[in-house]
Design a binder for this molecule. Structure first.
Ligand SMILES: N[C@@H](CCC(=O)N[C@@H](CS)C(=O)NCC(=O)O)C(=O)O
Length: 223
């Protein structure tokens, strides 16, 4: 069977689309990795199905979108091990815990003007203080809670992967970019050492980043 021609378009960041790039790599599926720059984005945005990326085309077909749909599609279509039906409940449980983590993290990460704060709020002293307080509280209170959940999931699986004892699944592709980003040093008030108290999580990130298809991909943070 010949491989389909896959074009995957996303920003050059480790956000919602990174899990799909990882799943494509782990399943050894060739794809064109199109990375949109921020200056290019405003012109491209109106032509995207929901005004957002990631998007994918398969064999030059229509654009398909929504990151978790694409992740599950890649996991089932191109791999025996990334999203096996017998592991579905464990995988979806782990993905659900990552989503809970992101629901708590994202409002604390955001410091771009939005409908809830006036245009100049985040540049003001009050805005800067609020961002500092909510992120510090995240590191102190919420991070321990979620790292203990992830550690428990790993322990259930011989300490290896979030939802499987032997091979990584799409749950790991989904979790790793979001956990790892906390150690990259690009987020104010989230120290690069914030995961040091969670050695099993550090080992987990390192184990994932040492996989043949992932090795050499990252150059900052834990990898
Ligand atoms: N529900 C969508 C959300 C995608 C999304 O939030 N994309 C962001 C980047 S991570 C985006 O395109 N931002 C630019 C914009 O909205 O103008 C998915 O999961 O794919």
């Amino acid at each position: 069977m010949t491989s389909p021609v896959i074009k995957f378009t996303y920003f050059d960041i480790e956000g919602k689309g990174e899990s799909i790039r990882l799943a494509l790599r782990l399943s050894q599926t060739p794809f064109e990795d199109i990375r949109v720059t921020f200056p290019e984005w405003p012109e491209l945005k109106p032509s995207m199905p929901y005004g957002q990326i990631p998007v994918m085309t398969i064999d030059n077909g229509p654009m398909v979108t929504q990151s978790k749909a694409l992740l599950r599609y890649v996991g089932t279509t191109f791999s025996q091990t990334l999203y096996p039906v017998e592991k579905l409940l464990a995988i979806e449980e782990a993905i659900g815990v990552v989503e809970d983590f992101l629901d708590e993290w994202r409002p604390r990460h955001s410091d771009t003007p939005n409908d809830f704060f006036p245009e100049d709020f985040f540049g003001s002293e009050e805005g800067k203080l609020l961002v500092k307080q909510v992120r510090e509280k995240f590191v102190e209170k919420l991070l321990p809670k979620y790292m203990s959940y992830f550690t428990a999931l790993l322990e259930k699986n011989d300490g290896k992967w979030l939802a499987s004892t032997d091979e990584p699944t799409i749950a790991d592709c989904y979790a790793i970019p979001f956990i790892r980003q906390l150690t990259r040093g690009h987020i104010d008030h989230v120290p690069t050492t914030c995961l040091d108290g969670y050695p099993k999580i550090i080992d987990y990130i390192k184990r994932f980043c040492a996989l043949e298809q992932v090795k050499g991909r990252y150059n900052n943070g834990v990898f």
